[in-house]
Design a protein around this ligand. Sequence first.
Ligand SMILES: CC(C)(COP(=O)(O)OP(=O)(O)OC[C@H]1O[C@@H](n2cnc3c(N)ncnc32)[C@H](O)[C@@H]1OP(=O)(O)O)[C@@H](O)C(=O)NCCC(=O)NCCS
Length: 392
Amino acid sequence: MAEAYIVAAARTAGGRRGGRLSNWHPVDLAAEVINAVVDRSGVDPAAIDDVIMGCVDQAGAQAGNIGRMAVLASKLPESVPGVAIDRQCGSSQQAVHFAAQAVMSGTMDIVMAAGVEVMSLVPIGASAKIGKDAGMGYFQSPNINRKYNNFFFSQFAGAELMAKKYELSKDDLDRFALESHQRAIAATKAGAFKDEIVPVQVRTADGKATDEMHTVDEGIRFDATLAGIQGVKLLQEGGCITAATASQICDGAAAILVVNERGLKTLGVEPLARIHQMSVIGSDPVMMLAGPIPATELALKKAGMKIDDIDLYEVNEAFAPVPLGWMKAVHADPARLNVHGGAIALGHPLGCTGAKLMTTLINALKQQGKRYGLQTMCEGGGTANATIIERL
Ligand SMILES: CC(C)(COP(=O)(O)OP(=O)(O)OC[C@H]1O[C@@H](n2cnc3c(N)ncnc32)[C@H](O)[C@@H]1OP(=O)(O)O)[C@@H](O)C(=O)NCCC(=O)NCCS
């Protein structure tokens, strides 16, 4: 079977809810990163076989097949198709997997995997609010409700369950949140994100471009302190999660160009990384957020590797108990986890995050001269993806 290589990757800096990216149309924001990846790879835009776009709330400005809409808004010709996919928070990690599987099968040679979410404009859960009984949990059918005793699948409940199961205290979560900000601050100050961030113009409320460029992740609290984090009120009485230990609502887009050997020859470029192994699993939708554990175990098993063989890991900080519980379960090294901070500091723009984390992982491996990286994310409904890459 052919191999899958990553030849270019780029992301926007994250924007806070109502912040510097909030006036972007998601389609145009996605087009910015697609254009950047075309420029960085030197690919002939007409040679791209497909654009696979992760997006969670495919409603309003994000409806109508945002993969295809982004092609039409970009410098790619009309002849390039596009598709939108939803694997919840792992949507664009799944886009990378589908792109890799397409080029490995030889049915395609050059595929763009991307993701976008402008949560300021299309709020989380927006797509569940259409229909006669509309509301959160609307997608849980009578059959599902019978099977799961009418339990309302909620990431917030899942985060509390994870904290309980892995015996994580509020103090553990608060300290982890501080570390996320501190690592993101250090990475930003050291210029570690410079190569991966595509600067985009800040737009006014009526969509007009300004001269100001958005280049720094807006969610980072440069003045974060443990006392400040400890003081944030609990989201649920009797629980341990707060806004400071949850991923931030965020706007952003990211794109990755995936090719096989034929694609490499066509482009005449050296790859950044090779996709070494992939897994996707389903787990308990009530706990919801524990999926990265079996997804990691499966990817490692298929690769014949141990967790110690992995140099750096990106585990999405949907909530602090996710990476902390994952670390306990797979006996991972805290020093190799989310070395440039995670979604608690940088934000979690849902459909964009999979490609965003992959972009950061490739860059961090390069900067540290390391070889293997693993990315995994929890997803609504209890699914999870894991990807092992080899930096080249
Ligand atoms: C948790 C959540 C509801 C919080 O939303 P919010 O209340 O709008 O969050 P804010 O950023 O306004 O933070 C709330 C308060 O905590 C404070 N705060 C947050 N992080 C802080 C920090 N690190 N240090 C100090 N204060 C902090 C804010 O300043 C704010 O204070 P204020 O009320 O005095 O203004 C929202 O971020 C969320 O839904 N996150 C999860 C998203 C999600 O489910 N994604 C999918 C994952 S599975």
